[in-house]
Design a protein around this ligand. Structure first.
Ligand code: RB5
Length: 148
């Protein structure tokens, strides 16, 4: 296992997919830190990205899953945090590349744009794919931390 504890958070647009993926994670033996939201009431996706960023920063989890309606807002919010490399993923290929080329530590999905079975494939690949590292990819990922 590359990651052992996975933090999850979603807004109301991602709450159903979050519960599907949580079940998958628990079934696969991961420890899950569920940061909400838990119901259909409208909430603000930046608050959930911030909660997940705090969990990774405090080392309460090693990787994260963030879900909003499209995955767009919550991925933008996540990438405001320098500790996070959040990748908005739509299929198996982007899930795998997010890890092997970008060393992403947060998987972002759209609860209204992706079906549960495709999302489950994305999550499995994301968690089981190692960063390729090496000169090329490690150099590029290191450049992400440069200050503008
Ligand atoms: C909420 O309605 C929706 O805007 C949000 O889930 C997300 O899609 C934003 O990017």
């Amino acid at each position: 296992m590359i990651f052992k504890t996975i933090a999850m958070a979603a807004d109301h647009g991602g709450v159903e997919l979050k519960s599907v993926l949580k079940e998958q994670l628990v079934g696969a033996g991961y420890a899950v830190l569920d940061l909400g939201t838990d119901g259909p009431q409208a909430v603000d996706y930046p608050d959930y990205a911030d909660a997940l960023a705090a969990a990774l920063k405090d080392r309460r989890a090693e990787a994260g899953v963030l879900i909003c309606g499209t995955g767009i807002g919550i991925s933008i919010a996540a990438n405001r945090h320098p500790e996070l490399r959040a990748a908005l993923v739509h299929d198996a290929f982007t899930a795998r590349m997010a890890r092997c080329h970008n060393d992403a530590n947060v998987l972002c999905l759209g609860g209204r744009t992706i079906g549960p079975e495709v999302a489950k494939d994305c999550l499995k690949l994301f968690l089981e794919t190692a960063f390729d590292g090496g000169d090329r990819h490690a150099r590029r990922v290191a450049k992400l931390d440069r200050k503008p």
